[in-house]
Design a protein around this ligand. Sequence first.
Ligand code: ADP
Ligand code: ZN
Ligand code: ZN
Length: 767
Amino acid sequence: MIGKYANIIINIAHESVDKTFQYKIPDRLREELKLGQEVIIPFGRGNKSRKGYVIEITDRAEYDVNKLKELTEIVQNSVAIEGQLIELAGWIRETYGATMIQALKTVLPVKDKTKELNERRFCLAVSPAETEEKLEEYRRKKHVAKVRLMEHMFKNPVVKASVVGKELQVSSSTIQALLKEGVITEETSQIYRNPIVDQGEINNQRSPGQSDMEVSEEYTLTNLQQNIVDQVHAVFYNRSKRPFLLHGITGSGKTEVYVELAALAASEGKASIVLIPEIALTKQTVMRFYKRFGSRVSIIHSRLSKGERYDQFERAKKGEIDVMIGPRSALFTPFSNLGYIMIDEEHEQSYKSENVPKYHARETAIQRSVMTGATVLLASATPSVDSYYRALHGQYELLSMQERISKSGLAHAEIVDLRTELKEGNRSIFSRRLHDLIEDRLRKKQQTLLFLNRRGYHGFISCRSCGQAVTCPNCDVTLSLHSRGNASSSGAADRNGIMRCHYCGYEQKQVVECPSCGSQYIGGFRVGTEQVEELVKKTFPGAGVLRMDMDTTRKKHGHEQIVTAFQNQEADILIGTQMIVKGHDFPNVTLVGILAADMSLHAGDFRSSERTFQLLTQAAGRAGRGNVAGEVVIQTYNPGHYSIRLAKEQNYQAFYEEEITFRSIMDYPPAGHVMEIFLSADEEEKAVKEIRHISALLQQFFRQLEQDNRVRLVGPAPASISRLNNRYRQVIYVKSGDQKILGSCRRWLEDMYVMTDEIQLQFDMSI
Ligand code: ADP
Ligand code: ZN
Ligand code: ZN
């Protein structure tokens, strides 16, 4: 990047990182100056020398050029971690589209106004021999408080002020006297909150339930685990290594692999970041690391305050921790000695940011590793189609663990066809098979999970006789139902709605009979966890029932409480959404019932088969984690659909083959690249008018391309959430086999189209 001016930020941890200063780049530095570098600048009236970071290099002067000062010099050999993160922010901005400030706010922790916590301590300032002399003297003079303190400090030369006051009951005047005598000294330093200990994530009492006992065991890695560790760690110092993708089935012991690798890195003075989806960040997982790393592991999550998060980042910067565990944002932990970035459940959607910049943690992790030489390990039982594709094409190195640790092996799964149930007169949400199995488990005092697959649910229409959902003729995704005259996707009970495709904008009237078989049993599929709970209680009156969903977990420890209660076998049946399938070990669960496997199949986007396969496989993975083999019942109207059939067989490879064929035919990622352009406006008409203008601009861009057939435009259409915060949203998709073309297309639009407060553009890149 070469330009005339540099935008410089002086105080990085400041709340308003927006405050930047522009300087002229002297000719002699123009070639050398890079994003993220630390520089010296003349600052303020007196032109005092100060240090700052280059966050942008540009040819656009923001002030009167004649008044701009020149920056003085580049700070040589500075290895400030901030520089690296600023460089990463630059990459994020270039790749996903955002302003530099938005990108910076993503990667840099911001200090807020919470007070620093300081700790006062007293240290013994004399030698052991002198201490004994002093002790003698105080005993003789009957200075009992001094004796008490000195006896204590003889064994513990550094004591916290709070201990001296409260436990030893030594008054401040005694302390003053000792300080004056020079027997002790005082020191104060900043301490950082430790969320693992402070928030009761870890306590010393072992709660009942088998899982904690398992956690307290020391494991010897199995041969399979050791093998993976060896292969990954072999290239630790190799800068041209590729990211690893570990395909390890549920229960194959992936967590222990992360722990071991992090320990190896730590023994070589390197730190690790372990990303985990927020809802899977359980006490069980944290415990496994805590056992190995003690206070040298930390976590961040959304329930921590800004100040607490900042503290954790400070500890990382100071080298006080070896491992940081957390969701997406933990990726930006300012370790200057990064060894590993490990991403558990790498297929999870939550790794993609919903806010601008809409970065993907996986791709950003790989970029950070390129900048730092760290090793990236992606892992999942159901790798994303994107990652698997890259592994097969040599961009990632594929590793595999296909055996469970426990003797019980994978659960036995079966599919129940709900169309047959209907035909034979059963209209309950429980098939006869599932009903019988639940009763069997109640008799045996074993536990059951009932999973209601509601992910991405947005009101589709499907046929209960033949299982077909109504799909878009152009895009092969499910149409979603909108009631007339209302832009929100609230569905229509009166059969008077519009069915719409969110890719191409195709619309048709709500159908009243099935386009495939003519049945009138067609309609929306709406059942919630609460209804399921009622039905379970009615059908199995003696059973103890727990429910886990957004409602019941809203309270601070709600989620943890339900998990613990169920682990302690306080209930027979746990009903829940996708939350219950993530990462928990419930050893006494021997039956998993999936009530409506189809729901996520009809989420109306091109990844819905992938999500379905993943959810079903993960749910099935919850059965039989203990020593009794598990059973899984998958209820569906689409028993033939490959994502359901192959999830039952737990056959990832076969699923991948089917899915990649579909993606290739339709040009969806990873076979092609897609850029979504969202436009939002304060009025619906404006949104429609402006998206047409964008569409015309895009056409103009395509005409400039050498081979314009490499780009395709889909839409414009109302976005799947067509109204959000009173803004009307339209979307348009640009597809191309060449990611670079999408990037230049975005920059071109950013230049050509002037955004206002009323009309905003947002980009979402699937690369
Ligand atoms: P995954 O994350 O691959 O689903 P986990 O890491 O949760 O699997 O491991 C599955 C179970 O096996 C856990 O209960 C874990 O404590 C146990 N486990 C893992 N590694 C070992 C080992 N080497 N020896 C004994 N038990 C192990
Ligand atoms: Zn039908
Ligand atoms: Zn369509």
